[in-house]
Design a protein around this ligand. Sequence first.
Ligand SMILES: *Cc1c(COP(=O)(O)O)cnc(C)c1O
Length: 342
Amino acid sequence: MVPMVKADAYGLGVAGAVGVFEEEDPWGYGVATVPEGLAIRKLGVERPILVLSPAPADGIAEGVAAGLTFCVSEIEAVRRVVRAAEASGRDTSVHVEVDTGMGRAGFDWREVGLWGPAVRELTRGAVHWEGVFTHLHSADEPASDSVAIQSGRFQEVMQALDAMDWGGTLSHLANSAGVLRRPDLARSLVRPGIFLYGGAAGPDLSPPGEVVTLRARVVLAREVPAGTTLGYGATHQAQRAERWATLGIGYGDGLPRQLGNRGRGILAGRPVPIIGRISMDLTVVDITDLPGGMGEVGDVVTLLGTDGAERISLEEVAGLAGTIGYEILTGLTTRLPRVWLG
Ligand SMILES: *Cc1c(COP(=O)(O)O)cnc(C)c1O
């Protein structure tokens, strides 16, 4: 397994995430950029670290010196890694990305006869060609035949490379949805991300256990008379005497602004609607219908996760915000303390 820990472990905090994953003895870690890889080395991790995005030329030397494994999508990138390895006297490895339909990176699968031998020639010295991989574009979609098509193309590429004795041993293609849908395609390594962080990998794929909860405290609670207006734009107006609880969280923490007048929180196991627009630092929930004057300063409101019998899933929040769970998690800002449990 290669847990993907790019984007600060999908927004959750890479130090905490790596601490958890280390206990599972993964083969290595996957990041997008050189600085992300260096940050993991600084945690003391000695396993392979794959830099999956095409790397800008100015980061290669530092990455090679730190023992990062570059993923390459063009011959010139292989040459840059070779030059950095020769200059530093440090051997390194590369993984070759194959574009089987994703389009954003990778050598064209149809042209393996051209780039295969060229990469082979460049990787007989300081640089070892260790792996080949591709990335699935629609493994989350139940009805799509794209996984079969892409894996078929990848299979063709691997046959061509094996026939020319490319020199490496590792091949991989599965993200979370890929490995859940087609475990038979796992090959040597799998690269799950979202599933490890509690996000469903596809609408028909069983969701993981809960990983992330987002909580805020009530910083002010009060009763307001009918007619009182709320928030920027005064988009909510009390229809009767209402009780409102102001929470110390806003879009500046990553709570999507689209949840204004649409989303909900959970207070003491009961749903409380978000009313008015969400501001940068504050969000208000309607606690009028809570029994017995419940809802006081200091109470905890859950905005993502479970409280009692109520649960707000990542997919619910993402749906209301018109996006995907990935963007909700990576949008959680540094102002939020990350508290790792267990
Ligand atoms: C982000 C990423 C993954 C993980 O995808 P999930 O859908 O989060 O499981 C795997 N491989 C590559 C190349 C990625 O960029």
